[in-house]
Design a protein. Structure first.
Length: 396
């Protein structure tokens, strides 16, 4: 078992991101396989205390991004969110995100969340069509989602990202179009839009096995993805990652998305992109605390244990609550591989390639799968084919 003294996190120079997992939800959505537990209000206090103990095991770091994910972090009382934040130090312009569900949210709570230091909200809307929301087992309605979004703006949130889904069996192209039309009016800074993934162990998965549900037609799903990309392009967003779109500020609208030649323009265009997630895709180091949270530092990738009992016991024994079976050593070769694999998700940034990749790259360009481009003389490649992008999204 890894012990505190064996973790060399203090020697890591480049960690400036922390993910905090809050494993509570008010109801389990039928497609979800995340580490979450429902109706466990009595556990909130104890879990927060142990999260704080785990945070204290790490050296003090000035974070650039802090991300509360889950689960539904907005279920925690704001006082507990503040207690966790009080344990952390962050830089002046840090991005501090909290995932939120549009259920049981009041203006007062949103205001308190903003006052706690959280400056970015990630709202799990998934769809604005009530029949789709009901189908996937969400508790909120379209009206709740719009209402919470508007209240969040009034409460002072100038950085909001919205989660949407497509490729849902009872969702039509028209449903998706209506979702995009509503989005056009709301103008969030960032949109993450994922196709439904049938994860083993979920209610949806067992319904699929029993023939109660069937997957959406692949051509329709591809058509949906094309519609999404087209919509964001026409509405002043840049697709900076396979599933992520950032709103381009009005003053930067004259930058031509497909002709970026300078890093400065790329940065302007991606100004509203989620900084925390960008660090994952750029293969940068991060700490994850809480049950099931993944971390990457000291040339290791690993995840924490997934049960309350193990999590509490390991921390009581002053050990990091890591699931030893998940430890993956990342040597230089793996690092390069990961950098390329993750980097290719970054549509506009692309990745650099070395001479030894030249032959492979040439073939892929010939087949129309990737394209070559330059940013300030840096030779780079990026994906070109939308069907491939969709396939990659479905494999994550
Ligand atoms: S609210 Fe989010 S984390 Fe919770 S069950 Fe639904 S999809 Fe999963």
């Amino acid at each position: 078992m890894i012990e505190v003294k064996n973790i060399k996190a203090s020697k890591e120079k480049n960690i400036d991101a922390i993910y905090i997992h809050i494993p509570f939800c008010s109801k389990k959505c039928e497609y979800c396989d995340f580490c979450t537990f429902v109706r466990m209000e009595e556990e909130y206090r104890k879990y927060t205390d142990y999260l704080i103990k785990e945070i204290r095991m790490y050296p003090k770091i000035k974070y650039d991004t802090i991300y509360f994910g889950g689960g539904t972090p907005s279920l925690l009382p704001v006082e507990m969110i503040s207690e966790i934040l009080n344990e952390l130090d962050w830089s002046k312009n840090a991005e501090i995100t909290l995932e939120l569900n549009p259920t049981d949210m009041t203006f007062e709570k949103l205001k308190k969340i903003r006052e706690s230091g959280i400056n970015r909200l990630s709202i799990g809307i998934q769809s604005f069509q009530n029949h789709v929301l009901k189908f996937i087992g969400r508790q909120h309605s379209s009206e709740d989602a719009i209402n919470v979004y508007k209240m969040a703006r009034k409460a002072g949130f100038s950085n909001i990202t919205v989660d949407l889904m497509f490729g849902i069996p009872n969702q039509s192209l028209e449903d998706l179009q209506r979702d995009l039309d509503i989005l056009q009016g709301l103008k969030p800074e960032n949109v993450s839009i994922y196709s439904l993934i049938w994860e083993e162990g979920t209610v949806f998965w067992s319904k699929l096995q029993k023939g109660i549900l069937s997957e959406i037609d692949q051509d329709l799903e591809a058509e949906m993805y094309e519609k999404i990309i087209d919509f964001f392009e026409k509405n002043g967003y840049c697709q900076y990652e396979i599933s992520n779109f950032a709103r381009i500020d009005d003053k930067d609208k004259d930058i031509e998305i497909n002709k970026i030649k300078k890093f400065e323009d790329l940065r302007k265009m991606q100004k509203n992109a989620g900084r925390h997630n960008l660090k994952y895709w750029r293969n940068q180091k991060f700490i994850g605390v809480g049950m099931s949270a993944a971390s990457y530092f000291d040339d290791n990738r690993h995840s924490n244990v997934r049960t309350f009992k193990k999590y509490y016991n390991l921390i009581d024994d002053e050990k990091f609550p890591i699931d030893e079976n998940t430890i993956e050593k990342i040597d230089d070769f793996e690092k390069e591989k990961l950098k390329k694999m993750l980097g290719l998700r970054l549509i506009e940034e692309g990745v650099n390639y070395s001479e030894k990749d030249a032959k492979k790259v040439e073939k892929l360009i010939k087949n129309g799968l990737i394209e070559e481009f330059f940013i300030e003389k840096n030779e780079k490649i990026k994906f070109k084919n939308k069907k491939i992008l969709l396939k990659i999204m479905k494999k994550e």
